[in-house]
Design a protein around this ligand. Structure first.
Ligand SMILES: C[S@@+](CC[C@H](N)C(=O)[O-])C[C@H]1O[C@@H](n2cnc3c(N)ncnc32)[C@H](O)[C@@H]1O
Length: 274
């Protein structure tokens, strides 16, 4: 390991390439968010908090759903993502998003400020999620809903198999952990809800698999080659493992019989009883 990461720092890139990756990620998985907001409704007039909103692909949908009588507080520490969201809101004439550019750990809201608290691919970066869930639950109004969509990093695979890919996945999980996060955070959700005194409503894992032309493979293709290099540079995988990965990934990318299997993405929902 060449550097010791700050346990509370964000391990992924924040730049133009990452913006396009997050856009593609939203295209590949956004239906899960829309399904959730229809099933456990985000209603007009609601006060919503989007934790770790990133560039705001879901924030914009939440803002449309709550309408002019509602409000979405969009919390993210990244100035670049906040700037992107502000630009998009202006372009689309959306005026009910309140940006909060702050580290989550430093953020504080009055008790019962929100009817719905949502977070996608956020909790996996948060140290001590049980303690933090208890803090967040205080911001929920009675009967308020908290929902997350995040990883239980099992099931992820490439077929035909690749040792290089297995090494990259192992390195990725270690990188999350060294930055204080947990790529298996969805498995902690029952403990998070219990610590926060919340009642579980739903727990639904989804795994997607597809060949080189599928949306899920393209999503993986926007992530693994770039982050494999970061894992090599940071010492999470060796140069040999990286080379093996690059060779195999390049071959699978043009192999019509290859499949990428996603990790489980879990939608988990709880409610605050009055
Ligand atoms: C993988 S991105 C997901 C973004 C967005 N939720 C989405 O689904 O497109 C994770 C986001 O969480 C934010 N984040 C991570 N840790 C944070 C923290 N401690 N405080 C505030 N934002 C944080 C990052 O800046 C990043 O925008």
């Amino acid at each position: 390991m060449s550097t010791t990461p700050d346990a509370s720092s964000y391990p992924l890139h924040v730049d133009e390439v990452e913006l396009q990756r997050l856009r593609g990620q939203h295209e590949a998985w956004g239906d899960l968010a829309s399904d959730l907001f229809a099933r456990v409704p985000v209603r007009p007039g609601m006060r919503v908090l989007d934790l770790g909103c990133g560039p705001g692909f879901v924030t914009l949908e939440l803002a449309r759903r709550v309408g002019s009588q509602g409000q979405v507080v969009a919390l993210d520490a990244s100035p670049m993502w906040q700037a992107h969201l502000a630009q998009e809101s202006q372009r689309l004439g959306i005026t009910n998003i309140v940006p909060v550019q702050e580290r989550f750990q430093a953020a504080e809201f009055a008790p019962q400020s929100f009817d719905y608290i949502y977070a996608r691919w956020f909790w996996s970066f948060v140290p001590d999620p049980c303690r933090e869930a208890a803090r967040v639950a205080r911001w929920l109004a009675p009967h308020g809903v908290i929902a997350l969509q995040d990883y239980h990093h099992e099931g992820i695979a490439l077929t035909p198999p690749s040792r290089g890919f297995v090494a990259v996945v192992r390195g990725l999980r270690a990188m999350y952990q060294q930055h204080g996060g947990d790529a298996f955070v969805a498995a902690k959700v029952p403990a998070m809800w219990a610590a926060a005194g919340l009642r579980a409503l739903d727990y639904t894992p989804v795994v997607r698999a597809g060949g080189p032309t599928s949306a899920v493979f393209r999503w993986a293709d926007s992530f693994f080659p770039r982050y494999a290099a970061k894992l090599r540079d940071g010492g999470w995988i060796s140069a040999d493992e990286w080379e093996e990965f690059v060779t195999d990934w390049s071959a699978r990318r043009v192999d019509a019989s290859a499949l990428f299997w996603s990790p489980a993405v879990v939608t988990a929902v709880a409610v605050k009883d009055a």
